[in-house]
Design a protein around this ligand. Structure first.
Ligand SMILES: *[C@@H]1O[C@H](CO)[C@@H](O)[C@H](O)[C@H]1NC(C)=O
Ligand SMILES: *[C@@H]1O[C@H](CO)[C@@H](O)[C@H](O)[C@H]1NC(C)=O
Ligand SMILES: *[C@@H]1O[C@H](CO)[C@@H](O)[C@H](O)[C@H]1NC(C)=O
Ligand SMILES: *[C@@H]1O[C@H](CO)[C@@H](O)[C@H](O)[C@H]1NC(C)=O
Ligand SMILES: *[C@@H]1O[C@H](CO)[C@@H](O)[C@H](O)[C@H]1NC(C)=O
Length: 437
């Protein structure tokens, strides 16, 4: 018995050590939501950032949880100051008022402010100095002098091996250690760290120790092939997202053109249900009402921001391919489910180029109880659409469209309806061992 207990303890310890352990440092338990000025590239100005921050408030996005206003590249001079600091662009049309003024304005709107930096010698476009060997100094500057709350760190301008003598984990560890050190020195909450290293080095395995999120896969663009590719990639690693740690599927492409309304709904549902950060990347003074209605679907956002369930949805059937775990960038998994505080959500994606009828048996999802019926809420129609017994069918799902359903237990199913075994008939037997007919 002692041996068994010892073995069990060893197993539990082992599981703790090798499992994906998110960084619980008190900030960013839920996926970050907000706005990025990335779309302006090097045309970004302080006024544009301020204008979008004001729109986040006046359009009601802030009330739905979009509360970070993040900068991307091109905010800085390419050289440090004489005292070794990163300098915000001085050109009168860029950041002439200075970062402390900008962050004060953002904070004045009840929002948080996001910075951008690089873990190497330079940022990706070479527009700003990177933080290699300046990590603590730069984190102090961003957080204490400038007032930022968040930082996205890219993996560009990597120093030569004989200088860095670190791999990608070691390089980002320097940033994460600097963030922890400055938090300790200042008594402030640590900067929220968004790791943006590309998807080729399994960032969910190592970046989960360091930051709130890690970019997965290629940069996404506003085309269906790009969105489908990202969904395919993330279908295999959705297990890696949980509280304090999230697969980052890249900025939202809604309002960028290039996607149909149905494709935009699929994009938003997938990002939300996979617990990705939700960062708007579109000029909010020009966004259409229809695009806004997608970004403002409170029932979809609620799943992303669930305070009780941190895990993402996972596929239960690939649909277009009879084999499970088939990687196909053009045709990702079609049938997904996951738990929420209110019940089981289902996400059905029609990956085909024509409308399709989509069908699932309820117990294909592991979260459904056999022998029970479920009320069905359509999270895009914002309507209760019936009671499901055994299975559910959605006719005419548009090409590249999505169905998002919330199923809530509605008691035992009616007697005598359907087969006695929700799984394959030969998997159920009576108490005496007789299989179902
Ligand atoms: C930046 O401004 C120039 C000049 O107005 C314009 O041609 C270019 O398309 C802009 N770039 C972006 C990314 O907005
Ligand atoms: C920036 O630094 C580089 C290298 O030290 C130097 O060659 C260049 O002249 C500097 N640029 C400016 C605008 O000061
Ligand atoms: C669960 O239902 C409550 C009450 O309607 C709602 O406020 C909350 O956002 C829902 N949570 C999810 C994850 O849908
Ligand atoms: C759904 O259930 C029916 C009846 O139990 C079964 O014949 C069918 O193969 C199932 N379909 C799927 C996709 O599981
Ligand atoms: C779906 O479930 C109903 C019972 O509610 C059953 O009559 C029907 O045969 C099922 N359909 C399929 C395709 O399994």
């Amino acid at each position: 018995m002692l041996g068994y207990t010892y073995l069990l303890a060893a197993c539990l310890l082992g599981a703790t050590l090798i499992g994906v352990r998110a960084l619980d440092n008190g900030v960013a338990r839920l996926p970050v939501m907000g706005y990025t000025s990335y779309e302006y590239r090097c045309n970004v100005t302080q006024d544009l950032v301020r204008m979008n921050a004001e729109q986040v408030v006046s359009l009601g996005l802030k009330d739905l949880g979009y509360n970070y206003i993040n900068l991307d590249a091109c905010y800085a001079e390419s050289n440090r100051s004489a005292t070794g600091q990163i300098v915000a662009g001085e050109h009168p049309s860029r950041f002439a008022f200075g970062m402390p003024v900008l962050t004060a304005e953002i904070h004045g709107l009840g929002l948080k402010a996001g910075m951008y930096g690089s873990s190497g010698w330079f940022s990706c476009g070479g527009d700003e100095p990177g933080s290699f060997q300046n990590e603590v100094n730069d984190v102090r500057h961003w957080q204490l002098d400038w007032g930022f709350d968040f930082v996205k760190i890219v993996d560009c301008g990597v120093p030569f091996d004989d200088i860095i003598r670190e791999g990608i984990l070691g390089k980002y560890q320097r940033m994460a250690d600097a963030i922890a050190q400055v938090a300790q020195e200042s008594g402030r909450d640590p900067l929220v760290l968004s790791v943006s290293s590309g998807g080729d080095q399994f960032p969910y395995l190592w970046a989960s120790r360091l930051g709130h999120s890690w970019r997965i896969g290629k940069n996404v663009d506003p085309s269906w092939s790009s969105i489908a590719d990202a969904i395919n990639t993330n279908s295999f690693i959705s297990w890696a997202s949980d509280y304090y740690g999230h697969n980052d599927m890249d900025y939202l492409q809604i309002g960028q053109g290039g996607l149909t309304f149905e494709e935009e709904k699929t994009h938003f549902t997938a990002w939300a249900f996979l617990k990705s950060p939700l960062i708007i990347n579109t000029d909010l003074s020009k966004i259409s009402k229809q695009d806004l209605s997608i970004l403002m679907n409170d029932e979809i956002i609620a799943v992303n921001q669930d305070p009780v369930v941190g895990k993402a949805v996972t596929p239960f059937r690939w649909g277009s391919d009879p084999n499970y775990w088939t990687s196909d960038p053009a045709r990702p998994a079609q049938y997904w489910s996951g738990e929420t505080q209110n019940g089981t959500v289902f996400m059905l994606i029609n990956t085909f180029d024509a409308p399709a009828t989509m069908f699932f048996n309820l117990t294909e999802s592991p979260y459904i109880r056999a022998g029970r019926q479920y009320s069905v809420r359509d999270l895009w129609a914002h309507a209760d659409v019936g009671v499901a017994v055994h299975n559910w069918t959605v006719p005419a799902v548009p090409s590249h469209g999505v169905v998002a359903l919330l199923l809530q237990d509605a008691g035992d199913e009616p007697n005598g309806e359907g087969p006695p075994c929700a799984r394959q008939a030969n998997q159920c037997v009576s108490e005496s061992g007789t299989p179902a007919a």
